[in-house]
Write a protein that binds this ligand. Structure first.
Ligand code: C2O
Ligand code: CU
Length: 478
């Protein structure tokens, strides 16, 4: 990433001193029913400093929801925050009224103000609470949920509204993959801190009420100077000398990472990729490093028995500058038995088939004329305009064309990457994807196919500043 980083106004801690937190798993209030209260809370992120977060259940990351394929759940969100919200399950195969359409707001409890007429647009607004129903009719995968409110997704996620949602199924459970404490969700994001300990976000409208966008110098995307993993700055985690499964999520607004596992005086530890955004790959892929754009997930297995007990294995970000080159450190603490392994065949993922005559749609991701203006096909997001109307069950080729980096995300169903320009898919494009890293000047073709749910969805750039500044479009499924 080339842009400037927003410098924190507080002294930053030494890396690898605080333990890695693992977000608690949400407990259902009744079978298949969850309640999450969105509220402001003060948490200690930098040692000795209080930082207010907008938190699902007042924590950041929010509680991890674990669901099973085929077992529908309902998550009731109660909004005790001072601002409206909208909850999106990223990667969820979700009916439209539960997908967190950016104008389907959950108003703060007790807020009686009239929210219609937000840019002259209205949605299905709920007062105080909303039930999100998820069929969970989808493969096991690492999903995440986060705020998706019109114009303010960037600051809302920056201030804490993000959590994991892990879908499990029998196919995956039957594999001998590392589990229990050896399965770690890792939410990686960058943040900066103001002198008073608050998250520093250069939004134009700090109260997050009406004016979208960020100050002129940050419109390419806001980059922080502190790397948080599960909400802790450059944490350390003790591991057994054994295989571990790392579910890596880039929850940053704009920062891309190239992650490697460095070992003092030795070669980097390889990462065996077993899964992507939409669950298990067909077969494992070994990487020296992985590139992760905002919104993407990589499920990898690392064998810490390959280094001596006592070794510190550092996850580094070779795209970072200064402090953002470090991410976290694993300390290999003890020898341990390990009967896990990565099988040569992981799951059934057929190669993408594009029938002759499949529709081709082109989406141009470009900067607009004004600095607070990002566009798809020359247009700013307008919920009344359907940019694409797609038939359920039909394969279409979508062509993403970019000026600068744009991680493109499509709601409802995952897609397959067909090619990058004249070449085939890149090394990080395998399996089912819902977010694809489109690099400057690139043309990326993907095969999409929507199923089951008819209605109105969005596709957008997952650089959250670009998204808030209108780089989003409506997709209608019919
Ligand atoms: Cu992760 Cu439309 O969002
Ligand atoms: Cu973008």
């Amino acid at each position: 990433q080339t842009g400037e980083q927003l410098a924190s106004a507080l002294p930053l801690p030494e890396p690898f001193r605080v333990p890695l937190p693992v977000p608690p798993v949400a407990r259902p209030v009744a079978p298949g029913r969850y309640l999450i209260t969105q509220r402001v809370a003060e948490v200690e992120i930098l040692p000795g400093v209080r930082t207010p977060v907008l938190g699902y259940d007042g924590i950041f990351p929010g509680p991890t929801i674990e669901s099973r394929r085929g077992q529908a759940i309902v998550v009731r969100h109660r909004n005790e925050l001072p601002v409206p919200t909208a909850v999106h399950l990223h990667g969820g195969h979700t009916p439209p009224e539960h997908d967190g359409w950016p104008l389907d707001l959950v108003l703060p409890v007790g807020d009686r103000s009239d929210r219609t007429g937000h840019h002259g647009m209205t949605g299905d607004t709920s007062a105080g609470e909303r039930d999100y129903a998820y069929p969970m009719d989808q493969r096991a995968a690492t999903l995440w949920y986060h705020d998706h409110r019109m114009d303010f997704t960037g600051p809302a996620v920056y201030r804490g509204l993000a959590g994991f949602h892990l879908v499990r199924d029998d196919v995956e459970d039957a594999l001998p993959l590392p589990g229990g404490e050896r399965e770690l969700p890792l939410m990686i994001c960058d943040r900066s801190f103001a002198a008073d300990g608050t998250f520093a976000y250069p939004g134009i409208d700090r109260a997050m009420r009406s004016v979208p966008g960020v100050e002129a110098e940050w419109t390419e995307g806001v980059l922080g100077d502190v790397v948080l993993v599960n909400g802790a700055p450059w944490p350390e985690h003790e591991v057994d000398a054994a295989r571990h499964r790392l579910r890596i999520l880039n929850a940053s607004g704009a920062r891309r990472y190239r992650l490697a596992l460095t070992v003092p005086g030795g070669p980097d530890l390889p990462m065996t990729q077993i899964g992507s955004d939409g669950g298990l790959l067909a077969a494992p892929v070994v990487h020296d490093a992985i590139e992760v754009a905002p919104g993407e997930r990589f499920d990898v297995v690392v064998d810490f028995s390959a280094v001596p007990v006592g070794t510190g294995v550092t996850m580094t970000n070779t795209l970072g500058t200064g402090r953002t080159r470090d991410v976290l450190r694993f300390r290999v603490a003890r020898a341990a038995a390990d009967d896990s392994f990565v099988p040569a065949v992981l799951s059934e993922v057929e190669p993408p088939v594009v029938p002759a005559g499949a529709p081709l749609r082109r989406f141009d991701f470009t900067r607009g004329a004004r600095h607070t203006d990002w566009r798809i096909n020359g247009r700013r997001f307008d919920p009344h305009v359907d940019e694409a109307v797609s038939r359920l069950g039909e394969v279409e080729v979508w062509r993403f064309v970019s000026d600068v980096h744009h991680p493109v995300h499509v709601h409802l169903d995952p897609f397959r990457v067909l090619r990058r320009g004249a070449r085939g898919p890149g090394p990080f494009d395998g399996g089912w994807k819902d977010t694809v890293d489109v690099r400057p000047g690139e043309v990326v073709d993907v095969a999409v196919r929507f199923t089951d749910h008819r209605g109105r969805y969005v596709m957008h750039c997952h650089n959250l500043e670009h998204e808030d500044m209108a780089m989003m479009a409506t997709v209608r499924t019919v």
